[in-house]
Design a protein around this ligand. Structure first.
Ligand SMILES: *[C@@H]1O[C@H](CO)[C@@H](O)[C@H](O)[C@H]1NC(C)=O
Ligand SMILES: *[C@@H]1O[C@H](CO)[C@@H](O)[C@H](O)[C@H]1NC(C)=O
Ligand SMILES: *[C@@H]1O[C@H](CO)[C@@H](O)[C@H](O)[C@H]1NC(C)=O
Length: 511
């Protein structure tokens, strides 16, 4: 190193400094910041300006001319600079020659804005330097490292070293090392060796940090890790972006056992609806900054969908209640609450071993009386099974074939004698019990029950008798049939010749 040389600095105020240094100066600490001092604005609000340094490297050489821009440049906006901790007010662009070796820190602020990120610049007067970007390097960026000889000259026979290990040996005039896309493991101490004129040099190490663009995502499960079948679960891919580069657009993917199940998508959430047993597995998510070609996958999270046993089996009938008239249709259907789909349904009748049918529906297109009984259905998922409560199916036969009889004989005419007693009985050929009977004489109701006891007979008993038989299907429907009329004539006592034939005499019916 050359020492003890002299130095001429011509500094003009308002931060136009022209320093012409002919060799390294010792103890030179003068910087443009000394020239003008002002309070560093403590205003906040708008986006911080971007502070750039040209050339954009650190370290630079003493005497090198640099331009600091508090961008975008706008001469009308006053800019406050903080240079090595001292503040001054100046234009948004400063150009000067680096006055001395050492460490420098620059920051700027424009009225109404946050202060810019800080730039840390080392100034060297060594025989060679390993230059790294002065702006922060994030994953996915192009990381360029340069090897420079004294006072920014290009060396030859350059080798690059990472953490002391040779990374690239000499290759022609190549004094630039490109690492793209930059990754976290590229962080570390870099130095280079090279040749300038006849001398070889080895630089000081330069600590390079490749910052995270975003954190390794974590898969957050909003719900239990062992959810029951049929439930829903939301997965969220949680990652933090770097404050050094906010608002990086991320795409998200979700994996189960290494296979993509959702994405790429902007939303960091994935909803698993109506979970089934095969949804169990090892889940992970991935966040991608596609432009930067950076992708990171979360550690896996095991999700086990719990089997829910078959349960809540219900049997529904159409018409409701399972009561139909003979010949009408009946449809039974079966449903289950829990259970692994698909479920297998079967139909059973109490007292029968063999199932009647399979499937969630059972239909009787035309019900017969013998179809009446207790029915139930069974649902199974092959592992568990459950049955419904039984349903009683009732097939009602409407009353039909209603006839009136007097004693043992049937007919359409009955002759009685005054003073005697006479029983009329009503019968149905078919009809599901209970059957109710009412009696009509000349259309007027005169009694109830299967038997109408008349007598002692008087002239008033003569008339046309009919029996009305009724049975019901539930409370709503009634079946009713009237018998053919039977005519009762009453013969005055003593006039009749056939008194001896007495009760229950029935005129010969012409049928
Ligand atoms: C820059 O300067 C700082 C402070 O003096 C020092 O710790 C660091 O190692 C320097 N970096 C380089 C690359 O010279
Ligand atoms: C489920 O039942 C079906 C039909 O009975 C049978 O073919 C299948 O092997 C069963 N599956 C299991 C897992 O038991
Ligand atoms: C009518 O029926 C009732 C009840 O069965 C019976 O007691 C009565 O003797 C019967 N009368 C005649 C005249 O048959």
């Amino acid at each position: 190193m050359q020492r003890g040389c002299h130095c001429h600095c011509h500094c003009h105020c308002h931060c136009h400094c022209h320093c012409h240094c002919h060799c390294p100066c010792e103890g030179m600490a003068r910087s443009p910041a000394l020239l003008l001092c002002a309070q560093f604005l403590s205003l906040t609000g708008a986006q911080p300006p971007l502070l750039t340094l040209d050339p954009p490297w650190t370290p630079l050489f003493e005497g090198q001319t640099v331009t600091l821009t508090c961008g975008p440049p706008d001469e009308r906006v006053p800019t406050v600079w903080s240079i090595n901790g001292r503040t001054s007010r100046a234009t948004s662009r400063l150009q000067f020659a680096l006055p001395s070796t050492g460490h420098n820190s620059f920051q700027c602020q424009r009225s109404g804005s946050e202060p810019s990120p800080r730039i840390e610049l080392n100034v060297s007067d060594d025989w060679g330097v390993l230059q790294a970007p002065v702006q922060p390097v994030l994953e996915g960026d192009k990381l360029v490292l340069r090897c420079r000889g004294w006072r920014n000259t290009r060396p030859s026979s350059v080798s690059f070293f990472h953490n002391g290990e040779l990374l690239r040996g000499p290759g022609g005039q190549e004094d630039t090392l490109l690492l793209a896309p930059a990754q976290r493991h590229h962080s570390g101490r870099y130095h280079c060796t090279g040749k300038r004129y006849l001398g070889r040099f080895k630089t000081e190490p330069n600590e390079v940090v490749v910052h995270e663009l975003f954190s390794v995502p974590e898969l957050s499960v909003e719900g239990p890790r062992e959810p029951p079948e049929g439930s829903a679960l939301t997965l969220a891919c949680v990652t933090r972006g770097s404050p050094l580069r906010p608002r990086v657009a991320l795409r998200h993917l979700f994996y189960r056992d290494g296979v993509v199940v959702a994405g790429p998508q902007g939303s960091p959430q994935h909803l698993l609806q109506a979970l089934a047993l095969p949804d169990s597995g090892s889940y992970a998510c991935e966040a991608r900054a596609e432009a930067a070609r950076v992708q990171k996958r979360s550690p896996p999270v095991t999700i086990t969908v719990r089997r829910v046993p078959v349960g809540g089996v219900t049997l529904a009938a159409q018409p409701p209640g399972g009561q139909v008239a003979e010949g009408e249709g009946l449809v039974l259907s079966c449903a289950a609450g829990g259970g692994t789909r698909p479920l297998v349904f079967s139909w059973h009748r109490q007292g029968q071993d063999q199932p009647l049918a399979r499937g969630p529906r059972y239909e009787l297109p035309a019900a017969r009386p013998e179809d009446g009984g207790h029915y139930f259905c069974r649902a199974t998922d092959n592992v568990t099974a459950a049955t419904s409560p039984p349903l009683q199916v009732t097939v009602v036969v409407p009353v039909a074939g209603v006839t009136v009889r007097a004693a043992e004989a049937a007919g359409t005419e009955v002759a009685g004698t005054e003073g005697e007693r006479l029983n009329l009985s009503c019968a149905v050929r078919v009809g599901t019990a209970p059957v109710a009977f009412t009696w009509l004489r000349d259309g007027e109701e005169v009694g109830e029950g299967p038997l109408l006891a008349l007598g002692p007979l008087g002239p008033g008993h003569a008339g046309s008798y009919q029996c009305v038989a009724t049975n019901r299907l539930g409370a709503q429907r009634a079946f009713q049939q009237r018998s053919p009329p039977v005519a009762l004539s009453v013969t005055p006592r003593g006039r009749g010749q056939r008194r001896g034939r007495g009760k229950g005499w029935v005129a010969a019916s012409p049928r």
